[in-house]
Ligand binder design. Structure first.
Ligand SMILES: Cc1cc2nc3c(=O)[nH]c(=O)nc-3n(C[C@H](O)[C@H](O)[C@H](O)COP(=O)(O)OP(=O)(O)OC[C@H]3O[C@@H](n4cnc5c(N)ncnc54)[C@H](O)[C@@H]3O)c2cc1C
Length: 415
């Protein structure tokens, strides 16, 4: 029986484990922290297929204006880091129309198998995660916002997705949670949403039931290398875990881990926050993104999650109250039911962001049994189950059902 070591127990790592287990592999998953406690624990839960990447024309310039304003949706904390300077330079070069078209072709093509992977998992395992296949709404306060959204909607529609414009009255008839002051919304009908922590708990249980060993609070800190093969890893508690294949799925932490092996994975962690509210009435019935304030709003088991903000401040979990407060302020401009809402939880997490807006999935250059699967950024929840399947198919010697060539980690190999 073949054995695999999965580093990282987020949506990508546990999905890879699940698909390997189904192929008869013996799997050990290690995590430096609690199982499923990374970005996959507290994100907005939108399975937003066909969504554009972060690299967009105009964003580089806008980003420079936002950079030094700690209350802007995208904040780059000034710090002396050559890696950050290089990342920003590459990001800037990729904020072109041509590159956006390329990313849209790839991400829209990934969207359908990505949703199938979610639904395949939910059909095979008893996971109650309030999964709603009702699409998501991009809601705008202003006509100008709706007009800007129209370009994005056209690009997604051209690639085969169903997107509808809802004028204000149609939106309010459907979602009375919104203030009459909103201008309208685009409805991305093919998407879904769910409670990520409930999904992660269910997926972890399913992996254990299928025979996986999940080891929390003991991350990988060194590797056993033999030529172009990894023999396994050494964990923080001093154990040597040997395996026929290794999946590196450590989210925003993957960069320093891969660097130990000489593999370049240039990512920056982008911090985001959530605040869960109880007692919101009326609440939206599907996931929404509030366009002008960049806040995602998702119903989950009777609570409403506000999530968002993007902060490049390195690998840390510092809670900045001013940025957390932006969520409630940003949502109140759109929604009527928040005045009597009670705060139920707050959290922050790190999105693993590549400088070219595409995830990373493929064998690491120089290794024939190390699969790198990370870099999902704002779409990492949506794409996680598919990235896990790609890892399992490749390591099991199958031709992946979706061609992941555009995501190959070799695109960052030092020349
Ligand atoms: C506020 C917010 C809202 C978001 N909303 C959405 C959304 O609506 N839709 C969407 O598609 N995406 C969303 N995302 C992005 C998404 O959450 C992430 O891209 C995705 O969860 C990343 O999954 P992952 O498995 O790659 O990483 P993670 O879930 O971060 O998991 C990585 C794991 O690796 C572990 N690890 C680190 N170092 C080691 C080590 N040395 N050894 C072992 N383990 C290690 C970590 O502890 C962690 O558990 C959001 C993110 C945030 C922050």
């Amino acid at each position: 029986m073949s054995t695999a070591l999965v580093i990282g127990s987020g949506i990508v790592g546990l999905s890879a484990a699940w698909h390997l287990l189904r192929r008869g592999w013996q799997v050990v998953v290690v995590d430096q922290s609690a199982i499923g406690s990374g970005a996959s624990y507290g994100n907005a839960g939108l399975v937003s297929i066909g969504h554009p990447p972060l690299t967009r024309p105009g964003l580089a310039l806008q980003g420079i204006k936002w950079m030094l304003d700690p209350t802007s949706p995208l904040y780059i904390q000034p710090r002396a880091s050559m890696a950050l300077v290089r990342w920003l330079a590459t990001f800037h070069r990729n904020c072109t129309r041509t590159h956006l078209h390329h990313c849209m072709d790839v991400l829209c093509d990934m969207g359908w198998p990505a949703r199938d992977c979610f639904e395949e998992l939910l059909a095979a395992e008893p996971i109650d995660c309030d999964y709603r296949r009702g699409g998501w709404l991009e809601v705008c306060l202003t006509k100008a916002g709706l007009e800007r959204g129209r370009h994005e909607a056209d690009a997604v529609r051209e690639r085969g997705y169903h997107v509808e414009l809802l004028e204000r009255d149609a939106l309010l008839a459907r979602e009375p949670a919104f203030r009459p002051a909103v201008a309208g919304a685009h409805w991305y009908a093919d998407s879904a949403c769910c409670s990520p922590d409930a999904f992660m708990r269910g997926l972890a249980r399913a992996c254990v039931k299928r025979g996986a060993v999940l080891r929390a609070a003991t991350g990988a800190r060194g590797f056993l290398v033999e030529g172009n093969r990894l023999r396994g890893a050494v964990t923080e508690d001093g154990h040597q875990l040997e395996a026929d294949a290794v999946v590196l799925a450590a989210g925003a932490w993957s960069t320093p881990i891969a660097a130990q092996l000489g593999v370049a994975i240039p990512m920056e962690p982008a911090k985001g926050y959530h605040e869960d509210l109880e007692g919101v009435a009326p609440a939206p019935t599907v996931g929404c993104v509030l366009a002008e304030t960049f806040v995602a709003v998702t119903p989950m088991f009777g609570r409403l999650r506000l999530a968002g903000t993007l902060e490049l401040s390195g690998l840390n979990d510092r809670m900045v109250q001013r940025r957390l407060g932006m969520l409630r302020r940003g949502a109140e401009r759109f929604l009527i039911g928040l005045d009597r809402a009670r705060r139920a939880a707050v959290w922050n997490g790190l999105r693993p962001c590549t400088p070219d807006g595409l995830p990373i999935a493929g064998l690491a250059p120089g290794f024939d049994n190390l699969y790198v699967a990370t870099g999902g950024a704002m779409l990492g929840w949506t794409l996680g189950p598919l990235m896990g399947r790609l890892a399992a198919e490749t390591l099991n010697g199958e031709a992946p059902r979706w061609d992941a060539a555009p995501l190959a980690p070799s695109r960052f190999a030092r020349g």
